[in-house]
Design a protein around this ligand. Sequence first.
Ligand code: PGA
Length: 254
Amino acid sequence: MSRTPFVAGNWKMNTDKASAVALAKAVAAGAPTTIDVGIAPPFVYIDAVGQAIANSTVLLGAQDVYPEPYGAFTGEINTAQLKDLGVKFVLTGHSERRHVIKEPSDLVARKASAVYKDGLILVHCVGEKLEERDAGKTLNVVEAQLDELKPSEMTDPRRLVIAYEPVWAIGTGRNATDDQAQEVHAFIRDAIASRWNRDFAYAVRIQYGGSMKPDNAAGLLNRNDVDGGLIGGAALKADSFLAICKAAAEAKKK
Ligand code: PGA
């Protein structure tokens, strides 16, 4: 395959300053350079983590952003501020923001636009809840979340990454099977082809997220349309995160 796998660690609201810096240094020291590896620490540690990985190929990420320029938005952080600290990619639409923090779809869409327009790599998360899967609505839910993206604005497929994260698999220890993941990933690529075009869709990376661990990573990453992972729990330990990165690098060689 010609897509470069992208494995990103989403640290969520975990770590303190010292453990964030130590984890970042360990990831920087061990990350394979044949794939894209990124880490998204909490906002408050982005600067320190950025310095810790400065001499490596590891990409610095942010878990969220506010889609407005500088101004009166108490508590929020904009794309310019993230870029100022060396951030290269930003997550939008993560299920915890959609379903726990109750972020509405129109705000997710505005965030995705702001990230892309400001030159950053957009990692847009999509995925169904368990009741939606059980009701046979998985593909409809994913399609509606893809509709948050604007093809007219987003013209470089290397800066658009989709993370398929079934909500029932996140932090539960119950990952999607390789077949379940591949089915939705192929659907996502087709949906992107119909919104953009085939070449564009072929170049977009589609990550799997939801209880990806060293022991299930290779099976998932070897499937045709699985181009990396968005890792939560297993990204909080350097050895498990790096084992997943290694599995992605191996999958690329096949
Ligand atoms: P998990 O989280 O790997 O802990 O399931 C994935 C995510 O939320 O991105």
